[in-house]
Design a protein around this ligand. Structure first.
Ligand SMILES: [Zn+2]
Length: 330
């Protein structure tokens, strides 16, 4: 009997020890996860989530995100769900995140979410990228899908990451309007529509992201800005990036006229200091507007670093301390 009790005791002790070990392991794992989470919260911008945005938006089942297709509808739903998860409000009097309109008999919509400002609610900073792309090539052999990973799933991933970052930070004195523009590839249609009814004087800056998933010729931890000399927006960013190791340069390809070739132009034409950040060596890029523009060809590290630099670089504009000079188009 005594032996049996001892034996049961030993078994219980073993089970107990095993559980303790399990508990210890579980605690250690939880600590590990929460420390990762803390780092992510401090840095605010998370590579894992950015990768998820990129790979989702550039997936084959989005069918190249051409306006009027089921593919772009799917992409829009993803963006809307993210805006909702992050906790953004709708824009103006819109009942949901979509700004619907028709162009050439195609039903289109920009996807817009708002983070209201604290003390300067009526001053807007727009953070944008286009979520449309070129669709699918005519039937034939091989890859037919224009995934548009760099152009511009990379930029939309950045917009979503910045929305999450600024929402969590909760320090924006100005209102931030996050926009995924449609039909950029058809001639900046979505951003032109957005610009139609706005009071441009309330828009203090435009931050547009295009092709931010490849390392530029200026090297790692650098990006360039279109229309650098058209306002002092770029100089404000440079000042805010001092000491971070990240550098912003003027657009190295003035001949390509890039300032007027992305959605920033639709607002710049109204006087808004609205510029595009980019990183891609566009003069030699083999994937630009090709079916080979796939997520696997991008560097998520470059994308993440750039989004972080945009967050840090635009801080004094978001918190109302700096107001860039207006753009004058002659
Ligand atoms: Zn583009």
């Amino acid at each position: 009997m005594k032996k049996l009790i001892l034996c049961i005791g030993a078994i219980l002790l073993l089970i107990c020890c095993k559980n303790t070990k399990d508990v210890t392991t579980t605690v250690a794992k939880t600590e590990e996860v929460s420390s990762v989470k803390n780092n992510e919260t401090t840095a605010g911008i998370n590579k894992v989530i950015i990768k998820q945005h990129l790979y989702t938006l550039a997936a084959d089942d989005m069918e190249g995100r051409k306006p009027g297709t089921a593919g772009i509808e799917k992409a829009a739903k993803y963006i809307e769900n993210e805006f909702k998860r992050i906790g953004l409000k709708t824009y103006n009097n819109l009942p949901d995140y979509r700004q619907n309109f028709e162009h050439d008999n195609i039903k289109m919509f920009n996807v817009i979410g708002v983070l209201e400002g604290k003390s300067k609610k009526d001053e807007y900073v727009i953070v944008s990228a286009h979520y449309d792309h070129l669709g699918v090539m005519n039937p034939g052999e091989g890859d037919r899908i224009y995934n548009g990973a760099n152009d511009d799933a990379s930029g939309v991933s950045g917009v979503l990451a910045l929305a999450e970052y600024f929402k969590a930070k909760n320090e924006n004195e100005r209102s931030i309007v996050f926009v995924a523009f449609t039909a950029e590839e058809m001639g900046l249609i979505g951003s032109k529509h957005f610009g139609k009814d706005i009071d441009a004087s309330k828009f203090v800056a435009g931050i547009n992201l295009e092709l931010i998933g490849k390392e530029p010729k200026t090297g790692p931890k650098t990006a360039w800005l279109t229309g650098f000399d058209r306002s002092d927006f770029g100089k404000i960013i440079q000042k805010n990036l001092e000491g971070t190791g990240y550098k912003l340069y003027p657009d190295p390809y003035p001949k390509f006229n890039l300032f007027f070739r992305s959605d920033n132009a639709s607002l710049a034409k109204l006087g808004v200091p609205s510029h595009t950040f980019s990183t891609t060596p566009i003069d030699i890029d083999a994937d630009y507007h090709k079916v080979s523009d796939e997520a696997e060809g991008l560097d998520v590290g470059v994308l993440t670093e750039t989004v972080k630099a945009v967050a840090k670089g635009t801080e004094s504009i978001i918190n109302g301390k700096d107001t860039p000079t207006r753009v004058v188009i002659e």
